[in-house]
Design a protein around this ligand. Sequence first.
Ligand code: LLP
Length: 428
Amino acid sequence: MSLAVMRPDGLHVEAVALADIAARFGTPCYVYSRAALTQAYTAYRDALQAHDLAGRSLICYAVKANSNLAILNLFARLGAGFDIVSGGELARVLAAGGAADKIVFSGVGKSRTEMRAALEAGIHCFNVESASELGQLNEVAGSLGCRAPVSLRVNPDVDAKTHPYISTGLKTAKFGVAFGDAFDLYRRAASLPHIAVKGIDCHIGSQLLDPAPAAEAADKVLALVDRLSAAGIALEHIDLGGGMGIQYHAAEPAPAASDYLAPMLARLAKRRENLVFEPGRSLVGNAGLLLTRVEVLKPGEEKHFAVVDAAMNDLMRPALYDAWHDILRVGADATASAQTRSYEIVGPVCESGDFLGHDRALALNEGDLLAILSAGAYGMAMASNYNSRPRAAEVMIDGNSMHLIRRREAVAELFALESMLPGENPSP
Ligand code: LLP
């Protein structure tokens, strides 16, 4: 299902015209589809069901991909758990009605305060990434008189073959416990009074389109689980992380969830452990777009620029990873005055790295609306206020209704937390 559908009066998300959203809420604006979010979640669950695994699997949505309360709440209603990486994400999930006992807590640098909050909330499991973290968690749990449920996140040293910034499973990455150290660390964990060994965890990277590296990592993890079991450490669950890639380019389709997951699930179906997955991007990425308006057309000698009102602060992925997002005109027909040209789609931020797309063939007039597709994951979640730009509004479409799920920031809110030095102000 494609998120934006062209009708005679322009692009729509579900039954709502993007032009109507821009008229009502302004631009830049993130637009999500409830139907597309639901469909992405069900595709994941159906893939598990096809291997008879849904009943013993927990789909923990990786909150970092998009942490808007409405999105978290929608997934909670669908029965999802959550993968969090901070106390802030814990608070969001609880505020959105997520169940604490379906939360897994990942990340290389959990503070003691965060550990305490998660223990008090009663989360499902901590994904521990180092010997030191294990020791600290044991102490914090001890101070609360409880035992912390723990998986070790192991680093299987598998090349995920994705962008180096989002590849996490190689020896050189900061993530996880080195594979060769994991067995001994499990023995230590099992001996600690305030640690309850529950599972094992592995996440090798993000935007993976080929299932082979994930299957290879799964094989390594399963061999370790068997070795641990033989040594008397029986694990209740296996967490294989997230990472399934999505389509960013019309010409480069991504595998369906059922196909991507099949090699992993075939291995897991034969086992008795419960399963955890941590998908982020694949549940929200294709379900959102960034709506923006062309402010200025600037023909140049070498390049033609279309300066739009969204920028790198709204969607950082192109600037940070040189990522591609398809960009469509929202209007059905370009006016006769608009000539198709190759445009650099850039924002107003004062950096040459502030681009949203290079070399896009579009027929544009100033004032036209554009839709930057596949922006539901790591879009708003990574937005900043750089250049004192208020963050965009977010709107969820549900059939023919529009719901404002985050209002646009006001400029005064950007400096509301700041204060000036005491003393005299210069006279005007
Ligand atoms: N679990 C862990 C431990 C992770 O570190 C991540 C993502 C996920 C699950 C979810 O992975 P996903 O299913 O979304 O691939 N900002 C980058 C992506 C960073 C991913 C970080 N970790 C981007 O825009 O491409």
